[in-house]
Design a protein around this ligand. Structure first.
Ligand code: ZN
Length: 292
């Protein structure tokens, strides 16, 4: 596997190839992608930024899906291996200079036609669902840019978690840094108490997850989950402690339901480790759409 490759990009950033050992596998449970949720009326005066432009914005957002595909493809490798730079079958390089068709919805290598990266159409459907939900039902207030930033990094991170049970630092840490920064900018026009609560929520949730990793080992959460919790806790905390609690209830409830379903259908046993990242994504998004 080649060590070098094009920069793994994601909204406005470049990432050099990742050669560090991966964080330990994450906690619990399955199933990806955007959150179905009833569309809701926005209170008057709160028109989300995305809502003003509607469909052109949806296309613009879809245009970033090759970047997300590239990030998911690069980092979906087992712990300790260098990030992937091309097709596993024929070694053809995959990058933004030659995105088609490997980074398109078909997810096929241009040379040997083997599957490359996340399953066909998954990234595009996740991005489209997120764009439509945010356009018509996104949370009010200045935290919308932070949420869009967070989704841009977290959707590929979750695809990596589903593929290899790890949440790469290269995706979770920029997600957290940008979310905290954008919430800080939003706080300039809002009550600074929102930002303080976001920082406390992110730090507290990350410390809780990390402490289970240290105290319970493989039975606790992964450190990747703890790093994702930095941004999850901040986004939920911005809207208040009840929203944070609601997001956690949804996350753990969904994880328990899926785990019980897998146990009942004998597709998992009590020792199976399911990735927890997808539940954090779904629980957080659902809480923000339903409770704000
Ligand atoms: Zn190939």
């Amino acid at each position: 596997m080649a060590l070098t490759g094009p920069p793994a990009a994601i909204p406005g950033r470049e990432d050099p190839p990742d050669r560090r050992p991966a964080p330990p596998p994450s906690g619990d449970a399955t199933e990806p992608q955007a959150t179905p949720s009833p569309l809701r009326e926005r209170p008057a005066g709160h028109v989300p930024a995305v809502g003003r432009t509607r469909f052109p914005a949806v296309f613009a957002i879809l245009a970033i899906s090759p970047l997300m595909r590239l990030a998911a493809l690069r980092y979906a490798v087992p712990p300790g291996l260098p990030s992937r730079a091309g097709c596993d079958a024929c070694d053809a390089p995959v990058g933004l200079t030659r995105p088609w068709p490997a980074l398109g919805p078909a997810a096929r290598c241009g040379r040997c036609r083997a599957r490359v990266g996340p399953p066909p159409a998954t990234v595009e459907l996740a991005v489209l669902a997120a764009a439509v939900l945010l356009t018509f039902a996104g949370p009010p207030g200045g935290a919308l840019p932070a949420l869009i930033w967070w989704l841009g990094w977290t959707i590929p991170a979750i695809l990596v978690d589903l593929a290899v049970h790890r949440l790469p630092d290269r995706l979770t840490l920029p997600a957290a840094a940008g979310t905290w920064l954008l919430l800080g900018v939003a706080a300039l026009d809002a009550d600074p108490g929102h930002w303080l609560r976001a920082v406390l929520g992110g730090t507290g949730l990350a410390l809780f997850f990390a402490s289970t990793a240290v105290l319970l080992g493989r039975r606790g959460f992964g450190l990747g989950d703890a790093k994702l919790a930095l941004s999850v806790g901040a986004l939920l905390g911005w809207y208040g402690w009840p929203v944070l609690l609601f997001g956690l209830v949804l996350t753990f409830g969904l994880s328990a339901l899926v785990s019980l379903g897998l146990l009942a259908t004998r597709r998992a046993n009590w020792n199976t480790h399911l990735p927890f990242g997808p539940f954090l994504l779904l629980g957080t998004t659902a809480a923000l759409l339903l409770a704000t």
